[in-house]
Design a protein around this ligand. Structure first.
Ligand SMILES: Nc1ncnc2c1ncn2[C@@H]1O[C@H](COP(=O)(O)OP(=O)(O)OP(=O)(O)O)[C@@H](O)[C@H]1O
Length: 304
């Protein structure tokens, strides 16, 4: 019998998951799984629970929570030579990764997708020795994501980022960096760089519009140093996805990116502080099989 392990964050979002747990277990049983669960107790616990799931050779691991929980679960699974299939039940405040996979925010509908059993292979990113699912980046502006208090995010959603961004704007400084990407080199001052694995970046779905989930490539976006007026103009264009051809922007695909900074540069992994530069980013081609809804399947699979 196949075995599934649910790792859920009981504090995620509005603590919505627990009351749906019995129905999720029933759906998994009906789909032929022997299912069990682990409620995370603190930061880092989902990673430990995922490592244990590897030791115990579960066929499927389900992360129920927000992007933070999925990131932790992936960090516990990614080193293993044989990895379980991964399911997602998005119940967090931010669910960018689930949005990229078109997994609905309804617990039962998300569980149905796992029960239906279709998966697709998906790339993940590795920065030094840590893994990320959505995006990594650096530059003063990317610190926005962890400077916005999570209560404010719950209340205001994307608006919270705009407000914090406006507050930070006058103090945003450029950083002098050298960025090597697939053998090419950029040297100079930048406002930020992003290595995106999906197109779902903090609700800005047009920031890296053609990011593919499984081509083995990051979408690398570098915004060079600009003055405030240009910055505001480009940010406004970015909301509509019209920033890609701006001369202040480098927008390319890359599998391997090396970043060095002349001064301290914080790095951001999936919206959390993830250490300082220097760093090397590697895209791990089709590292996991994720359960996805039928709309995500390639056309030839739909015809079978
Ligand atoms: N029992 C727990 N108590 C407090 N924090 C926990 C617990 N279990 C996990 N966490 C932490 O909560 C973090 C955020 O979780 P997650 O992303 O799933 O939810 P979220 O609702 O999107 O987050 P938030 O509202 O905090 O932005 C996780 O990265 C994890 O470190």
């Amino acid at each position: 019998m196949k075995r599934a392990r649910i790792i859920y964050n009981p504090t995620s979002g509005r603590e919505a998951f627990k009351k749906h747990l019995p129905e999720v277990l029933v759906k998994l049983e009906r789909a032929g799984y022997e299912a069990s669960c682990h409620a995370t107790t603190s930061e880092g616990d989902a990673t430990k629970a995922a490592r244990i799931a590897i030791e115990r050779q579960y066929d499927v691991v389900i992360a129920a929570g927000g992007d933070g929980t999925i990131n932790e679960v992936i960090n516990g699974l990614a080193d293993a030579p044989v990895r379980p299939k991964v399911g997602i039940i998005p119940v967090g405040t931010t669910n960018d990764f689930a949005r990229a996979l078109r997994i609905p925010r309804n617990v039962e509908a998300a569980a149905d997708i796992i029960a239906e059993g279709q998966t697709i292979p998906i790339d993940i990113g590795k920065m030094n020795d840590r893994y990320f699912i959505n995006i990594a980046g650096g530059g003063r502006l990317t610190e926005l994501t962890y400077e916005v208090p999570s209560k404010l995010k719950t209340m205001l959603g994307q608006l919270a980022y705009y407000l914090k961004g406006m507050e930070m704007l006058p103090s945003i400084k450029a950083t002098e960096v050298s960025i090597e990407y697939d053998g090419k080199l950029f040297e100079g001052e930048i406002m930020l760089f992003l290595a995106a694995n999906t197109n779902s970046v903090g609700g800005f779905e047009r920031l890296a519009p053609d990011a593919s989930l499984n081509d083995g490539m990051f979408t690398l976006l570098i915004l060079k140093k600009t003055n405030l007026a240009d910055f505001i103009r480009i940010a406004t264009l970015a909301i509509r996805g019209e920033h890609l051809t701006d001369p202040n922007i480098i927008y390319v695909k890359a599998n391997r990116i090396k970043v060095q900074a002349k001064e301290r540069m914080h790095l951001n992994l999936d919206g959390e502080y993830g250490g300082d530069a220097p760093a090397e980013f590697v895209n791990l081609y089709r590292h996991f099989d994720f359960f996805v809804p039928k709309v995500m399947l390639p056309a030839q699979d739909l015809l079978k």
